[in-house]
Write a protein that binds this ligand. Sequence first.
Ligand SMILES: *Cc1c(COP(=O)(O)O)cnc(C)c1O
Length: 364
Amino acid sequence: MASVTAMPATPQPRANVGQIPAYVPGKPPTPRPGLTTFKLSSNENPYPPLPGVLTAATRAAEQMNRYPDMGNSALYDALAARLGVPVEDLAAATGSVALIYQLLGAFCDPGDEVVYAWRSFEAYPIAAAVAGATSVRVPVLADGRHDLPAMAAAVTDRTKVVLVCTPNNPTGPAVTQAELDAFIAAVPSHVVVVVDEAYLEFVRMDDPVDGLATYRDHHNVVLTRTFSKAYGLAGFRVGYAVAQAPLAAALRAVSLPFGVSSVAQAAAVASLEAEDALLERVEALVAERARVVAGLREAGWNVPEPQGNFVWFELGDRTLDFAAAADELGIVVRPFAGEGARVSIGEVQANDRLLELARSFEAR
Ligand SMILES: *Cc1c(COP(=O)(O)O)cnc(C)c1O
């Protein structure tokens, strides 16, 4: 019989719970009297909801006393039609972050390894720690790109999942299809390769990744996508994964019952119907991104090639000074102390402020 005296006096979470890093959300701007302030710290879409999307969400809210459709059936049907994939290959959840949690939970036993680039999306180390898995971080190259050969070489017998963030948050560059193909060929076929395509709609490059063709060719590839960025539904929490049926079934099996709210499902379906109008907004943001990059280069900044709706400034120990100077100008950025700052592409006026900051900060 276990000794009673050996028991702790209070309930104890699993040992690794205390080691879960905190997620640092992008801050709201400091209010400045007489100055419009802008939040450029969370890669949100600066545009307000389209009227049709708002109407669909409002209509769904009128039924808030009812549980949502647990099978997400209207959303799955709309996605299947839009993407040309079977419904069995889809899994929806409360944002693509939730899908990454579910995936690591479903595939990792304690001590199993998850390989990802670093710096990359800050939810990865949290999701790995929640699953009790061990993070294996492979530094990004000097130009902010994934070092895919080094990531493939970091795979061991304990590796269950590798995460490829493309475009990479926060550094910006995306991988090419040729790079991804070579990577998948180098990784054992029992290892899950996640292609995190949160910023897919913003990619404008030669040889871009064709996620759908890639998942069709590989039983171990999972695409994660979101309505939070290009589609402007960050507050509603809805994302989805595309993978061949056995993988998608595992993701659905570990999902929270009734996770995606009825309002989020309705808004996501309406967004797919309004895709043309939404993608016009994406085009405007891509044009602003090009304008910002040109202005930054003119001011002497050499930023990594941004393929998402954000730009990375490698600032080292000047990072917090840069963030403070931004705040004074009424824009809030996302600093990573000692490394750099990520700044979202926002309203034209907000982007103008960023260029103003870049010019004055470099001059100091
Ligand atoms: C924003 C983001 C997501 C999406 O998060 P949601 O949970 O869908 O809001 C996923 N991956 C990366 C790299 C991101 O930056």
